[in-house]
Write a new protein. Structure first.
Ligand code: S3P
Length: 441
């Protein structure tokens, strides 16, 4: 059976040291893609290391409603099997497809379903997802001939998709978003003629890597490798996918291990795809003691073991092309900044405002409850670090990465804290609180 979580207020203890080994759960982005691509491939796809969390479970549920058979996603680490139905084999679902809290599920499904001719699909999600912008996907899909409607002219779910015949196009995306890019790549698999997608800067490239491994005719070229060209015609073939651990989940341990005096953590099986390692580059500049103990390539993705030890950290300034490469790590970097003496600056991060919550506002609001000095700007934050933070009553405001970031901030505060809606962590890291308890001594 898939897993269901209940609301929890949690006590967060301050202090202690973190030591030992942790193996972070599977990469969320790669888990979604393995399910989606497996569903439209011919034959069986086997996925090892699938993330057993709410978001990929939402993807699996939506896909099952359209025909592909997918074995249960459980916590025992059993490989997940997907019986693909081919590029044009999805059935019209009788019911609304519920994407839960998952933007990746909704946006990638939009791209996948828009070219399923003569079938109709309705997508919705939870309260947070129904307020996240979808026009960034529906608009370029319309350029390819896609038919998507929704509230606010196709911007908000519930969305209705009438599958139709698509034509290839050259499309420049206005934001460096892997979700937008991936939706277009999926749509282009069944379009008439080639499609070129051009991003303003590099976002994560898991789709490109995995689609090619599944047999798609996809090339990356152009200036700085920012043009992705898909030629339709090739069928996808079921694969064995090995999902590395999620660097976005490892980031909580990297920051906690670097901050909490006396800590020494080994983090195993961390995905080290260069489009995701912005956090390591920033932490290196901050003077964090992080070593890459091993590194290898597994199933087309670089993977390694990291060791982090505590030590003094310097404030940082980030903006520009690095933001897409650490977009999900901004909340935990905001926490890190609170504990570095001096001013840290985050710019060019307005995308944070349209994540599961407005993460710039929510992180400032919650950390201010602990006494942090943070200035909010339209596209970022200035954090005046080095002040002692005090334990406080906190709230994840339903956001998984906020929940875990606050869990780490609370370790560093003077006095214990409480966290409302701590169960949100299960969206991407179901055992986060258990791992924290186990690693804290
Ligand atoms: C994701 C892309 C990013 C990221 C999200 C997962 C993906 O979103 O924040 O957690 O799997 O493609 P954007 O594409 O909106 O930047």
């Amino acid at each position: 059976m898939d897993i269901i979580n209940t609301p929890q207020e949690r006590e967060l203890l301050s202090g202690g040291v973190l030591s030992g080994k942790v193996r972070v759960p599977g990469d969320k982005s790669i888990s979604h893609r393995a399910l989606l691509f497996g569903a439209i491939a011919d034959g069986i796809t086997t996925v090892e290391g699938m993330l057993p969390a709410e978001d990929p479970i939402s993807t699996a549920k939506c896909l099952r409603a359209m025909g592909p058979k997918i074995s249960p996603i459980d916590h025992d680490g059993n490989p997940v099997q997907i019986q693909g139905v081919g590029l044009d084999g999805l059935e019209e679902p009788e019911r609304i497809l519920d994407c839960g809290n998952s933007g990746t599920t909704m946006r990638l499904l939009m791209g996948m379903l828009v070219g399923q001719q003569n079938r109709h699909f309705v997508l919705t999600g939870d309260q947070s997802l129904r307020h996240r912008p979808m026009e960034r996907v529906s608009r370029p899909l319309k350029i390819m001939g896609g038919k998507v409607t929704g509230r606010s002219e196709g911007n908000f779910a519930p969305l209705a998709i009438q599958g139709s015949s698509l034509h290839g196009a050259v499309i420049g995306t206005p934001v460096a978003s892997a979700q937008v890019k991936s939706a277009l790549l999926l749509a282009s698999l069944t379009a008439q003629g080639p499609t070129t997608v051009i991003e303003p800067s590099h976002s994560r490239d898991h789709s490109e890597r995995m689609l090619r491994a599944f047999g798609a005719d996809l090339q990356v070229g152009g200036e700085m490798g920012r043009h992705i060209i898909v030629r339709p015609g090739a069928r996808l073939k079921g694969q064995k996918v090995v999902v590395p651990g999620d660097i976005s989940s490892a980031a909580f341990w990297l920051v906690a291990g670097a901050l909490l005096t006396g800590s020494d953590l080994t983090i195993e099986n961390v995905g080290l795809n260069p489009t995701r390692t912005g956090i390591l580059e920033v932490m290196e500049k901050m003077g964090a003691k992080i070593e890459v103990l091993t590194q290898e390539e597994i199933a087309g993705e670089p993977v390694g073991t990291l060791r982090v030890r505590s030590g003094p950290l310097k404030p940082f300034s980030i903006g520009g092309e690095i933001i897409p490469r650490l977009v999900d790590e901004v909340p935990i970097l905001t926490v890190a900044a609170c504990f570095c003496d001096g001013e840290s600056k985050i710019t060019g991060a307005s995308e944070l405002r349209v994540k599961e919550t407005d993460r710039l506002t929510v992180m400032s609001r919650q950390l201010k409850r602990m006494g942090a000095n943070i200035e909010e700007h339209s596209d970022g934050l200035i954090i005046y670090g080095g002040k002692t933070l005090k334990g406080a009553s906190l709230d994840s405001e339903t956001d998984h990465r906020v929940a875990m970031s606050l869990g780490i901030a609370a370790l560093m505060a003077e006095g214990n804290s409480t966290l409302l809606q701590s169960e949100a962590a299960a969206v991407s890291y179901p055992n986060f609180w258990k791992d924290l308890e186990r690693l804290r001594h």
